[in-house]
Design a protein around this ligand. Structure first.
Ligand SMILES: [Zn+2]
Length: 166
């Protein structure tokens, strides 16, 4: 990934001015104030043992679950969404919105919990995001979300564990 490529990408989406601003909360490298998250590193066999096959495919191989299949699409209770790979808290119920896409969607995340890369699996580059602790792939972030961030974190439900607040 070259810097020029990033600049082109930002320019293409017309949000160059946001690139260095607080809207880039997903970029952990740009958040020196974030408490450091101890990385969880397991080998492939350990991940296969730890995860269901559906979780393994999404988290470790950037799979995408079929739209509309996650029970978390309809989850409306108050609580917290955790990484299915390492249990890091990623989102709260207050960050969730109904995107109508068939995937659980959030307009922001807890601070510093994701890193991002650009992938080219489809015809256009997309921003992939992954857990800062275990590196597990969660989904892609788009710029068509609701106020106040304009972001849409499109998350595979199978990569999340929901814990209702008591
Ligand atoms: Zn994780």
């Amino acid at each position: 990934m070259t810097r020029r490529h990033w600049m082109n990408l930002f320019a293409a989406f017309g949000f160059a001015s946001r690139a260095a601003g607080p809207a880039q909360a997903a970029d952990t490298a740009a958040m020196p104030g974030t408490p450091s998250i101890e990385p969880l590193k397991l080998d492939d066999a350990q991940w296969q043992q730890r995860l269901t096959s559906a979780q393994y495919r999404v988290l470790r191989h950037e799979g995408t679950e079929r739209a509309g299949t996650s029970p978390l699409n309809d989850e409306k209770r108050k609580g917290t969404y955790h990484c299915a790979g390492c249990d890091l808290a990623l989102f709260t119920s207050a960050m969730k919105f109904d995107s109508g896409t068939g995937w659980p969607s959030f307009f922001t995340t807890l601070p510093g919990v994701f890193g991002t890369t650009t992938d080219h699996l489809l015809f256009m580059p997309r921003t992939e995001y992954h857990c800062a602790r275990c590196g597990g792939h969660h989904g892609h972030v788009f710029n068509d979300g609701p106020a106040p961030t304009g972001k849409r974190y499109c998350n595979n439900g199978v990569a999340l564990n929901f814990k209702a607040s008591t």
